[in-house]
Design a protein around this ligand. Structure first.
Ligand code: ATP
Length: 243
């Protein structure tokens, strides 16, 4: 980290209790509770349609919380506007290829920082994580491959120096070597910055290679949670993701 970079790095706790949310008459997230310790990576696993994206969108403030609390270092942030959450150093990486196709790589990265100088100070982080992105600074983002666009998405999140990263199925559609790279980047970011990460995933090997703890989301409810280091985890979780 650069000595002139004034934004504080990670070390934040996220606590969710009794959270429910949904769309119209439908309740999608039901009475969900969990907490993530500072510098910990929690993966929420679940099949299609179980409510993983809705959970992240509710935390970020895109979907209204109907009941429950979301506490960041003890402060209530449920139903706070997304831009205020982003300012508070929550970084949300959506499942879609949410980059600006007609902007250059550099211009997309600039959207992740509050002051121009910060991008220069933090570029070493992008270079270390994804050298290919740093080399294509002036290239139009829409001309990057799908995998490179995901790297750009994650890079934009990294340069914002978040305290909390909310990441929606970053491994989806990526070739295995790229999935391994994403895992390495998340682990090294956590080690270096102490960032707290909430991942939602269906890719079990990726999830287990990266996370400290897991939770299983089924039809909007957490049905099981535990420590990834637990011996029986992989087989038991695979069973959950099949049914
Ligand atoms: N904007 C919306 N309006 C109405 N219903 C929605 C909306 N977004 C999602 N849903 C519904 O909420 C449920 C959960 O969707 P969500 O995208 O959170 O699941 P998911 O676990 O992330 O699934 P996937 O892995 O397929 O993205 C689904 O039944 C979905 O159809």
């Amino acid at each position: 980290m650069s000595g002139t970079d004034t934004q504080t790095a990670g070390r934040s706790r996220l606590e969710i209790a009794g959270l429910s949310s949904g769309y119209g008459a439908a309740t999608v997230i039901r009475d969900v509770s969990f907490s993530i310790a500072p510098g910990e990576i929690l993966v929420v696993l679940g099949k299609n349609g179980m409510g993983k994206s809705t959970l992240l969108k509710t935390i970020m403030g895109f979907v209204r919380a109907r009941t429950g609390t979301i506490r960041l270092d003890g402060h209530e942030i449920a139903n706070r506007a997304p831009h205020l959450n982003a300012r508070e150093a929550l970084a949300y990486t959506p499942q879609e290829y949410a980059i600006f196709q007609d902007l250059t790589v550099e211009e997309n990265l600039r959207l992740g920082v509050t002051e121009d100088r910060l991008l220069g100070e933090r570029m070493d982080e992008v270079e270390a994580a994804f050298p290919v992105i740093a080399k294509r600074f002036k290239q139009r983002a829409g001309t990057l491959s799908g995998g490179e666009q995901k790297m750009l998405l994650l890079s934009r999140s990294l340069v914002s120096r978040p305290r909390i990263m909310l990441i929606d199925e970053i491994s989806e559609g990526l070739q295995p070597s790229m999935v391994d790279r994403m895992a390495q980047v998340l682990r090294s970011t956590k080690e270096r910055n102490g960032v707290t990460v909430l991942l939602v995933e269906q890719n079990l090997p990726f999830a287990l290679s990266v996370a400290d703890r897991y939770a299983i989301l089924k039809i909007g409810e957490i049905v099981e949670e535990g420590d990834v280091a637990h011996a029986d985890t992989a087989a038991a979780l695979e069973q959950h993701l099949r049914i």
